[in-house]
Design a protein around this ligand. Structure first.
Ligand code: HAM
Length: 421
């Protein structure tokens, strides 16, 4: 029989690496929890039209990368390729915007699916921490989100990342720019596919990675030169707020994102140690998305940070997270009676909130002590028949090697005291 492998473009998370992954996820979310964002969770799949309309009919994400399928009941669904459309859908469905408390600030953590060509840092199943601030047009909100992402990365010890910032304009000025860009692009020497893209989504052509295309793009009109006064003033405020907060950013007039819903502020966090898949996070304002999916006008802004790539960025910088050991006390019983007694001790420790584990499987002293050391525990509780006859267990400090006999009934209190509980 063949053994099964994880599907192409996916990988499993197992100890000890999974502990780092979990810690990264928690660190990325921590600043949000501290800033008025409430947790939101939505289904892993949605009506396929939500993404087609929200993310954009002509984006790669929708045309090439979506896991879309029809259910037995005839519903057309898709595994979520991103979180923003789903979160906004959920907020609209619950009428959160009518509760008078705008913006609604939400954060999320979850798995996303894109049928991309797999390579290092690009997977078909990946993990994001995201934030969405729904229903307010306020440059302070855009700045808040960028500052919080910066804080999240820094709290992990990351340093070699840059923030790229741009404004994509609004429904007043972008169409004028779009027309000017189309005129410029139509005059270039481009393949059929790209020509088609000019008509559907000309801004994406600016993002073409091929050198032959990039060479021709020098001199392309820049959106920054077409921004209306309102967009310009808004963007200026975001820039000033970031500068006042001491957050460095680079203006990138060519930054276009792979999703169609963006307006005004857009940004990307790129890490210089990651090669081609360098974006560790990205986001921006999406003032028109609510209307695109059938809701009222709700100007909003948000971001998503890639957990997988953040872990890779930490590796690239050689940052090792200091994770507290999962276990504080490890029990090592010698013989059947000791197994009973120490399992009781472990249960009592756990009920007292102390992380404890046990040498299962009736191993010998040597093997069991090896497990105790490997667990990272501060203490081992060891007992054999002779100890129990005397009503004691041995409490060993695994760091100092010191060992002393403690009465069975007193051991939980003693350990709690030693651990400062
Ligand atoms: P995105 O730029 O498509 O934006 O994804 C955000 C981050 O998710 C990327 O910067 C990257 O770190 C990670 N990511 C994306 N695709 C993959 C992949 N195939 N493998 C590994 N990591 C990946 C969004 O998803 C928007 N919803 C962000 C947003 C929220 N905009 C407004 N609100």
């Amino acid at each position: 029989m063949t053994t099964f492998q994880a599907p192409k473009g996916t990988y499993d998370l197992l100890p000890p690496d999974s502990a780092t992954f979990l810690a990264v996820r928690e660190a990325l979310a921590a600043p949000l929890k501290n800033s008025g964002y409430g947790y939101v969770e939505t289904p892993g799949f949605e009506n396929v039209d939500l993404f087609a309309r929200g993310v954009g009919e002509s984006t790669d994400i929708v045309t090439k990368e979506m896991y879309a399928f029809e259910t037995k009941g005839g519903d057309r669904l898709a595994l979520r390729p991103e979180g923003t459309a789903s979160v906004l859908r959920a907020a609209l469905q619950a009428n959160l915007q009518n509760e008078g408390n705008l913006p609604v600030k939400l954060w999320y953590s979850g798995s996303y699916y894109r049928y991309e060509r797999p390579q290092k840092g690009r997977y078909r199943h990946f993990s994001q921490i995201g934030a969405e601030a729904i229903g307010a047009e306020d440059p302070v909100l855009d700045a808040e989100l960028i500052i919080l992402a910066d804080q999240a990365y820094r709290s992990l010890g990351l340093r070699d990342f840059r923030i790229l910032l741009n404004s994509l304009g609004d429904k007043e000025c972008r169409p004028v720019y779009r027309a000017a860009l189309q005129e410029f692009l139509r005059a270039l020497d481009l393949d059929e596919d790209t020509r088609r893209r000019i008509e559907i989504n000309p801004l994406r052509v600016l993002d073409d990675k091929r050198e032959s295309v990039q060479k021709q793009l020098t001199g392309a009109p820049l959106l920054g030169d077409y921004l209306c006064d309102a967009c310009k003033a808004y963007h200026e405020q975001v820039r000033e707020l970031l500068a006042e907060a001491g957050v460095d950013y680079e203006d990138d007039p060519r930054l276009v994102r792979g999703l169609d819903y963006y307006t005004r502020t857009t940004f990307e966090f790129v890490h210089d140690g990651l090669g081609s898949q360098s974006a560790v996070g990205g986001g921006g304002r999406y003032d028109g998305l609510s209307e695109m999916i059938g809701g009222p006008s709700l100007p909003s802004v948000g971001w998503a940070l890639g957990v997988d790539r953040t872990v890779l960025a930490l590796e690239a910088e050689g940052v090792k997270l200091e994770l507290p050991p999962a276990t504080s006390v490890f029990a090592v019983p010698m013989g059947e009676q000791a197994r009973r007694v120490l399992f009781g001790t472990v249960t009592a420790l756990r009920r007292a909130g102390i992380a404890a584990d046990f040498a299962f499987g009736g191993r010998g002293l040597k093997g069991a002590m090896k497990m105790a050391n490997r667990s990272g525990a501060r203490y081992a509780v060891i007992a054999g028949e002779r100890d129990l006859d005397e009503g004691v267990v041995q409490l060993k400090n695994l760091e100092s090697g010191e060992q002393s006999a403690v009465e069975v009934d007193a051991v939980v209190d003693r350990i709690a005291r030693e651990l400062g509980r």
